[in-house]
Design a protein around this ligand. Structure first.
Ligand code: CA
Length: 230
């Protein structure tokens, strides 16, 4: 197995050192940048398996950089964990909506961070059995990792891909947030249920132009259902 590479983008050297020390003990490769220009260079030379991205950076902010990476097809599949000193609920949502896959507030324990990194690295390992699933003009191919809406390719982040894959293979039934977390993210105490809503919203937005967002239904007080019916 190859050792996963983690890119740390953080301007505070004490935090960077602490992260490097903790992650190297976990048998992870570490590359580092103090701001986003250097980070961009490192990403193009050697795309990391995950990015730990500080929110407050000199120059471009972590949020702006996350948006930029998620807009670029070459980098949009690299998972991002935002690091921040802010604890406001609004900031958390803003962080996730910028395209970050998870969010951790400073000061955090390295144990918790490592657990979250492990969840994401596991999650981004590809779905192994090749299958093609089709529903109402929406088709998902696990071998090529492609999704077509009315024969046109659509771009999905890794979490949205897994979420859509789960829904398309589990139609009609209603799943609550806890069940979706277990099924799509893997059982983990650290991820909040609100994260599910953010990714559902993102997935709906992606499916909107082809009108496939209507398949992803909210069942009030119960959860979500993927269905072509009313
Ligand atoms: Ca900082």
């Amino acid at each position: 197995m190859t050792t996963p590479t983690i890119l740390i983008v953080e301007d505070e050297s004490a935090v960077r050192q602490m992260l490097r020390f903790a992650l190297q003990q976990q048998d992870l490769n570490i590359i580092e940048a103090v701001e986003t220009i250097k980070a961009e260079q490192l990403i193009s030379q050697n795309p990391p398996d995950l990015i730990l991205l500080d929110w407050m950076l000199p120059g471009k902010s972590g949020i702006e950089f996350a948006r930029q990476l998620k807009r670029n097809p070459d980098t949009q599949n690299i998972p991002i964990i935002m690091l921040t000193a802010r604890g406001e609920e609004n900031d958390k949502v803003q962080g996730l909506e910028s395209g970050a896959d998870d969010y951790i507030t400073k000061p955090f324990s390295t144990r918790e961070l490592i657990a979250r990194i492990r969840v994401i690295l596991r999650r981004t390992t590809p779905i192994t059995n090749d299958e093609k699933i089709e529903m109402e003009g929406l088709s998902l191919d696990t071998a090529t990792h492609r999704v077509l809406a009315n024969k046109k390719p659509i771009e999905l982040g890794p979490t949205e891909f897994r979420l859509l894959h789960f829904f398309m293979t589990h139609t009609e039934r209603v799943y609550n947030r806890t069940q979706l977390l277990d099924q799509v993210w893997g059982s983990n105490v650290y991820i909040e249920e609100r994260t599910v809503d953010v990714h559902i919203r993102r997935l709906r937005k992606i499916l909107e132009p082809s009108k496939h967002d209507s398949l992803l239904q909210t069942v009030r007080g119960a959860g979500y259902r993927f269905s072509s019916g009313e």
